[in-house]
Design a protein around this ligand. Structure first.
Ligand SMILES: C[S@@+](CC[C@H](N)C(=O)[O-])C[C@H]1O[C@@H](n2cnc3c(N)ncnc32)[C@H](O)[C@@H]1O
Length: 273
C-alpha cells in the first residue's frame, strides 16, 4: 500500500524552504518531487544520493525520509574541491541532520564496490557525463529493490549523459514501469519481473519520442546556441514536466499494471492488477 504521512502536506513547504537556503541548483519544484519520493516508500530499502555538493537535496531527502523511517539516508560525493567537505559538514550541522545522513566522501563507484543493501530510492545527481551517469546506474542497479524508484537529475538541462541514460537505460529497459519527468528530473519505477512493467511500455515509448529529438542538440556535450538553442527550447516545451498531484503520482506508480501497491491511502484497492 502506498501512503504519505499525515504530516507531509504541512512539512513539505518547510522542507523545501529550508533546502532553498542551501547553495545548489535543484529547484523548488524538483525538491518537492524529491520530498514526495522520500516520504512515500514504494518498497522497503535505503535511500541513496549520488552527488551532494553543499547538501541541498541531501537535507531535504533526510528530513522527508525521517517522516517515514528511522534509518539514515546514504549520500556519496567526492567533494574534491578545497573546502567542499567542510562546507557540506557545516550545512549538515546547521540543518541538524547529521544523524539522518550516512555520508561517504568518495567516488560513487568506490561506494558501489562494497554496497550490499537493497535500495528503495536511487537519486543520481553526480557527474552528468554519459559514462559517469551510465556507470552510476549500472553499479547500483543490481541493488534496486523490486518497486524501487530511480531519479536522474538534469535530463532536460542540456546534459547528454543524463538524457541518454534516462532514454536508453530506463525508458527502453523492459524492467522500468511508471515513469515521467518533473522539472528536470527523469524518474521511473524498477520491476525485477519485467512482466510487471509491460503495461507501462507504450506510455514510456511516448515519452521517449518526446525526449529523443533533444539528443542531437546536446550530443558530444555541445551546448546548443543560435537556432539550435531555440529548437532545443521548443522541443523541451513539449515534454510534460509539471509536479504531479501527489495522489496522481501514487496512482501512476500503483497503476492498473502494477502489483506492488494495491491502494493509495486505501483508495485505489479496486484497481485491477
Ligand atoms: C550537481 S552537484 C549535486 C547537487 C546536489 N544534489 C544539490 O541538490 O545541491 C554534483 C556533485 O556530484 C559530485 N560528483 C560528481 N561525480 C561524482 C562521483 N563519480 N562520485 C561522487 N560524487 C561525484 C560533485 O562533487 C558535486 O558535488
Amino acid at each position: 500500500m502506498l501512503t504519505l504521512p499525515n504530516s507531509f502536506p504541512t512539512a513539505v513547504d518547510v522542507l523545501v524552504n529550508e533546502a532553498m537556503q542551501i547553495d545548489g541548483w535543484t529547484t523548488p519544484r524538483e525538491l518537492r518531487f524529491l520530498a514526495l519520493l522520500a516520504a512515500c516508500p514504494t518498497t522497503p530499502g535505503a535511500v541513496l544520493e549520488i552527488g551532494s555538493y553543499r547538501g541541498r537535496s541531501t537535507t531535504l531527502l533526510a528530513r522527508a525520509n525521517q517522516l517515514v523511517s528511522s534509518n539514515a539516508i546514504v549520500a556519496v560525493d567526492h567533494l574534491l574541491q578545497e573546502g567542499a567537505c567542510e562546507a557540506f559538514q557545516e550545512t549538515m550541522r546547521t540543518a541538524g541532520v547529521e544523524h539522518l545522513v550516512e555520508f561517504h566522501q568518495m567516488m560513487s563507484w568506490e561506494l558501489a564496490l562494497g554496497w550490499d543493501r537493497p535500495l528503495r530510492l536511487l537519486w543520481i545527481d553526480g557527474n552528468h557525463s554519459y559514462e559517469s551517469t551510465h556507470r552510476d546506474l549500472a553499479s547500483f542497479a543490481p541493488s534496486l529493490a523490486d518497486g524501487a524508484i530511480v531519479a536522474i537529475d538534469d535530463v532536460l538541462n542540456r546534459y547528454e549523459g543524463s538524457l541518454r541514460v534516462f532514454l536508453e537505460d530506463i525508458l527502453l529497459s523492459p524492467h522500468f514501469g511508471a515513469a515521467g519527468v518533473c522539472g528536470s528530473i527523469g524518474w521511473a519505477q524498477f520491476h525485477a519481473d519485467s512482466r510487471e512493467a509491460r503495461g507501462y511500455h507504450r506510455e514510456n515509448l511516448k515519452l521517449y519520442r518526446r525526449l529523443s529529438p533533444l539528443v542531437p542538440l546536446v550530443a558530444f556535450d555541445c551546448y546548443p546556441s543560435g537556432w539550435d538553442k531555440l529548437r532545443y527550447r521548443l522541443l523541451r516545451s513539449r515534454v510534460p514536466r509539471r509536479m504531479p498531484a501527489w495522489s496522481d503520482w501514487m496512482l501512476h506508480v500503483c497503476g492498473p499494471f502494477s502489483r506492488h501497491s494495491e491502494s493509495v491511502n486505501g483508495s485505489c484497492s479496486s484497481r485491477a492488477r
